[in-house]
Design a protein around this ligand. Structure first.
Ligand code: ATP
Length: 460
């Protein structure tokens, strides 16, 4: 977690406090159950937050599943047979090293301590011995809460793909290589939970397990590393805020021969946004052993049964959202006044087009409503007629709306409106009859350019 000293101070323009406060004021993220004093490391998403999360999920799903012919999706249960977590090793070994500060009794993740300083009280080098703390969140299922009823809230979505490997294979008649993807909530009893929605106990993951032959698994690993970076380009994260970091051998799980993190330069230093891991055939092998069911694949070319190898890109929706909020934040000056502007890409912005009558004048409102009705089926729109037009532009800038349509008194005569661009604040006049096309074209132009894809590894 700590900055490893590589690279300059964060290029992000906002600190965490600024983003947390903007997110609450504008309706992106609220502390959960705030009227009861909140709940540690738990957040609720507001009206703009949910729109943004839907955009993140939809973009990921389009990129990873619907836009390809070699990946399919599933939705597994959050609470499933606890044997899954015994087999995967989570029950015994899903632990973080925990220490207590002897000064203030704060519980801290040992690997998150920088220079021996307690992050809670600042005391140096006064901690208990390290012990393992299991991160699984337990619950009980059924009317009798005895040992036999213990179940777990899933700590990752990945195991859902492994335990359904055979079902997907048989129901879709897939051949290797192919992937299974899933988006869904996961739960971990995290020890350290500062930094807003970066690390929470309930979070949402977007994971894909790509099953392939062992001979070209490393080629697929290289391919998915690039492909995942391209997705971040496609949702507008600036290149200078991102980097790859390959794990050293001693950092990797014993079964992984290659893991790369895609890291972000947050205000507190470079930290993991996404992990891309080559997991060998570890997961299918342990599930085969524990379940007693064959999870092998018959390779027709080689005429032999193999256990496929797996490459896994895994990321959290919440962490992508935090990254986008931080990355998009900008301040500039318009007509001598400071403004805050969120420079979201059009496919991520909660609102794509704001519809603003110049004033609340009765002559304008019916036309403004009509324009809104024309646009609503095509774009994520927001109609706003409260306060002065200048303040409404500022509000749309602050929530990252790329384009605003203004209905003024001339509209009544010429049936034309003004499109105002968030980034340049330039305005152009467009007839209402061509408005949908004009907006679509402009939003398309504003979408960030993306590098060409890496070549697909040769299929064996
Ligand atoms: P860390 O070492 O930071 O605890 P991890 O390496 O255990 O994370 P993974 O198990 O690889 O994380 O999870 C995949 C992705 O899921 C992470 O890259 C992150 O985007 C997201 N994620 C994991 N834990 C959390 C959490 N507690 N809150 C929010 N997102 C999370």
């Amino acid at each position: 977690m700590a900055d490893d000293g590589n690279g300059p101070a964060s290029a992000m323009k906002a600190d965490l406090e600024t983003i947390t406060s903007l997110a609450k004021q504008r309706g992106f993220v609220f502390p959960s159950a705030e009227i009861y004093g909140g709940f540690a490391a738990t957040y609720d998403y507001g009206p703009l937050g949910v729109e943004m999360r839907r955009n993140i999920r939809e973009s990921w799903w389009q990129w990873m599943v619907q836009g390809r012919d070699d990946v399919v999706g599933i939705e597994g249960a959050i609470i499933t047979n606890p044997d899954v977590w015994r087999a995967s090793g989570h029950v015994d070994a899903f632990t973080d090293p925990l220490v207590d500060c002897l000064q203030c009794n704060a519980r801290v993740r040992a690997d998150h301590i920088v220079d021996g300083v307690c992050p809670s009280c600042g005391t140096k080098d006064r901690f208990t011995e390290e012990r393992d703390f299991n991160l699984l969140l337990r619950t009980s299922v059924g009317p009798v809460a005895d040992e036999g009823a213990i179940a777990y809230l899933r700590p990752e979505t990945a195991q859902g793909m492994f335990v359904n490997f055979e079902n997907v294979l048989n129901s879709t008649r897939r051949r290797l290589p192919f992937g299974i993807a899933q988006i869904g909530k996961s739960f971990r009893n995290e020890i350290t939970t500062q930094q807003f929605i970066f690390r929470t106990r309930e979070f949402e993951q977007m994971e894909m397990e790509f099953f392939c032959h062992p001979e070209n698994a490393l080629d697929w690993f290289a391919y998915w590393r690039e492909e995942r970076m391209r997705w971040y380009q496609s949702i507008g994260v600036r290149a200078e805020h991102l980097r790859f970091r390959d794990h050293d051998e001693d950092e990797r799980s014993h079964y992984s021969s290659a893991t790369t993190d895609i890291e972000v330069h947050y205000p507190w230093g470079w930290s993991e946004l996404e992990g891309v891991a080559y997991r060998g055939n570890y997961d299918l092998t342990v599930h085969q052993e524990h379940s007693g069911k064959s999870l092998s694949y018959f390779d027709q070319q080689a005429e032999e049964h193999i256990i496929p190898h797996v490459v896994e890109p895994a990321v959290g929706v919440d962490r992508v959202m935090l990254t986008l909020l931080m990355d998009a934040y900008d301040e500039d000056e318009v007509a001598g006044e400071k403004r805050v502007v969120m420079r979201f890409a059009p496919n991520i912005a909660p609102v794509a087009v704001g519809v603003l009558p110049l004033s609340r004048n009765d002559k304008l409102l019916p036309t403004a409503r009509r324009v809104h009705d024309v646009l609503r089926p095509h774009f994520r729109t927001w109609y706003d007629d409260a306060q002065s037009i200048g303040r409404r532009y500022r509000r749309q800038d602050e929530i990252g709306t790329p384009l605003c349509v203004t209905v003024d008194f001339e509209t009544i005569d010429d049936d034309a409106v003004t499109i105002r661009d968030r980034d340049t604040t330039e305005q152009i006049r467009v007839p209402i009859s061509g408005l949908v096309e004009a907006l679509r074209g402009r939003l398309h132009e504003l979408q960030p350019a993306v590098d060409d894809p890496a070549p697909i590894p040769e299929r064996s």
